[in-house]
Design a protein around this ligand. Structure first.
Ligand code: DSN
Length: 418
C-alpha cells in the first residue's frame, strides 16, 4: 500500500491520538463557549473532503484555473441555499472566516483613514469592529459606541450623536458578548442620517436569525457578514450577504482584494449546513438554544450572580462575578477543571483588566445540539454554583467533572466519533 493511502491512525499515530483525545474531550465536557458548536458528521465530511485539493481563484464560471466543472457547482449550490435561507440578494461564501469577511467589507467601502464606528470590545463588540489592536483600529479612524450603564443595552442615542459628530463611512452593528436583541432598524435610521454604509455582523446569531429567533438584518443592512460555525453549526468559514447594488464591490474585495483561492471544502460544508438549517429540526434547535439560555440566566440570577443586562434574548449569558468575589479567570479555570468549558470575559464598565476580567461568558448552542433542555440547564447552573462557591476546591471539581461526564453519556454529542 502507498504511504499516501494509509489511514491517519497508521500514517501519523501521534496526531491521530491528539484528534481522538479532542474528540473525547468534546464528548465528555460541557462546551459553553457561545461561539462553539458541534458540526454534523455530514458537514465535517464535506469540509474534510477532496474538494480541498482544488484551486479556484475567481468565481463560478469566471475562474483563473481550469478543471472547475465540479467546484463551480459546489459554490453555486452553497450560494443558492444561503440566498434562499436568508432571503439575500447576493451571497459570497468565499471568506475564510469572520475576520476576513469583515476586512472585505472595509475594502469594499472605505479608504485608509476613513471614520468607522462599532461597538467597543469591552461592551461586547468584536476586534474587527475597530478595536485599537486590530488592523481595523489602526488603518481607520475608529469611533466606538457602548452600552448604557443602567441596563447594558446598546445606547442608540450615543450611536446617533457619535455618528452625527464623526460622520462614519461605515457603521457596524454586531456583537460577540451581548445578550440582547439588536435593533437593526434603529441602526438603519442613524446610518441613513449620516450617509453611512450599515454592516451587520451576525456571526454569533446567524443560526438564530435563520430560525426566526432573532430579527434578520437582511434587507435592512447594506451588508451582512457571518461566520458559519457558531449557532449556524457549519464548518469553519465565513460568508457575506449584501444588496445587489454592492455585489460587485463585495466580490472584488474578497477576491482579488483580500484572498486567493477559496477553501472549496469549507464551501461544501457551508452548503450542507445551509441544507440542515432549512429543516424544522434546526428551527427547534434554535428555539431551544434561546430557551436554555433564559433558564440558565434566571437560575444563576437566583443564586446571586449579577447577570449582565438582567437576562438574555439570545444564545449567551454574560455573568458578572463581582458579587461572588471571584474573578473571571479564576472562575473559568475552575469550571474548566470541572468539565464546564466557558471563557472569561469583560463585563460592561469592567474595572479589571481584559486578561482577568470580572465576568464569564456562557453559551447554550453546543449543549442544545446535544439535546439539553431546561432540566439539564438547571443542573448545569447548580454545578456552576457548586464550583464557584469555592473555586480552589479540587475535590468538588473532580466530583462535578464525573457527574458532567455521566450526563454527557446520556446526551451523546452529534457528529463525534463514538
Ligand atoms: N472568537 C469569537 C468569539 O468567541 O466570540 C469571535 O470571533
Amino acid at each position: 500500500m502507498l504511504l499516501a493511502d494509509l489511514p491517519l491512525s497508521e500514517r501519523d499515530p501521534a496526531l491521530a491520538n491528539l484528534i481522538r483525545r479532542e474528540n473525547d474531550l468534546e464528548s465528555s465536557t460541557l462546551r459553553m463557549i457561545p461561539s462553539e458548536n458541534y458540526a454534523s458528521r455530514a458537514v465535517q465530511e464535506a469540509a474534510g473532503s477532496v474538494l480541498a485539493n482544488k484551486y479556484s481563484e475567481g468565481y463560478a464560471r469566471k475562474r483563473y484555473y481550469e478543471g472547475q466543472q465540479i467546484i463551480d457547482e459546489v459554490e453555486e449550490l452553497a450560494i443558492s441555499r444561503v440566498k434562499a435561507l436568508f432571503g439575500a440578494e447576493h451571497v459570497n461564501v468565499q471568506p475564510y472566516s469572520g475576520s476576513p469577511a469583515n476586512l472585505a467589507v472595509y475594502l469594499a467601502f472605505c479608504n485608509a483613514g476613513d471614520p468607522i464606528m462599532g461597538l467597543s470590545l469591552s461592551a461586547g463588540g468584536h476586534l474587527t469592529h475597530g478595536h485599537g489592536v486590530s488592523i481595523t483600529g489602526k488603518y481607520f479612524k475608529s469611533v466606538s459606541y457602548g452600552v448604557r450603564r443602567s441596563d447594558h443595552r446598546i445606547d442608540m442615542d450615543e450611536v446617533r450623536s457619535l455618528a452625527m459628530e464623526h460622520k462614519p463611512k461605515l457603521i457596524w452593528a454586531g456583537t460577540t458578548a451581548y445578550p440582547r436583541i439588536i435593533d437593526w432598524a434603529a441602526f438603519r435610521v442613524v446610518a441613513d442620517e449620516v450617509g453611512a454604509i450599515l454592516a451587520a455582523d451576525i456571526s454569533h446569531i446567524s443560526g438564530l436569525v435563520v430560525a426566526g429567533e432573532h430579527p434578520s438584518p437582511v434587507g435592512i443592512a447594506d451588508v451582512v457578514t457571518s461566520t458559519t460555525h457558531k449557532t449556524f453549526r457549519g464548518p469553519r468559514g465565513g460568508m457575506i450577504m449584501c444588496k445587489a447594488q454592492y455585489a460587485a464591490a463585495i466580490d472584488k474585495a474578497v477576491f482579488p482584494g483580500l484572498q486567493g483561492g477559496p477553501h472549496n471544502a469549507a464551501t461544501a460544508g457551508i452548503a450542507v449546513a445551509a441544507l440542515e438549517a432549512a429543516t424544522p429540526e434546526f428551527r427547534q434547535y434554535a428555539k431551544q438554544v434561546v430557551a436554555n439560555a433564559k433558564v440558565l440566566a434566571t437560575a444563576l440570577g437566583e443564586k446571586g450572580y449579577a447577570i449582565v443586562s438582567g437576562g438574555t434574548d439570545n444564545h449567551l449569558v454574560l455573568v458578572d462575578l463581582t458579587p461572588k468575589n471571584v474573578t473571571g479567570k479564576v472562575a473559568a479555570k475552575a469550571l474548566d477543571k470541572a468539565g464546564i468549558v466557558g471563557n472569561y470575559n469583560a463585563v460592561p464598565f469592567d474595572t479589571r483588566k481584559p486578561f482577568d476580567p470580572s465576568g464569564i461568558r456562557l453559551g447554550t448552542p453546543a449543549l442544545t445540539s446535544r439535546g439539553f433542555g431546561p432540566e439539564e440547564m438547571l443542573q448545569v447552573a447548580n454545578w456552576i454554583d457548586e464550583v464557584l462557591i469555592d473555586p480552589a476546591n479540587e475535590a468538588v471539581q473532580a466530583r462535578v467533572r464525573a457527574e458532567v461526564a455521566a450526563l454527557c453519556t446520556k446526551h451523546p454529542a452529534p457528529g463525534l466519533a463514538i
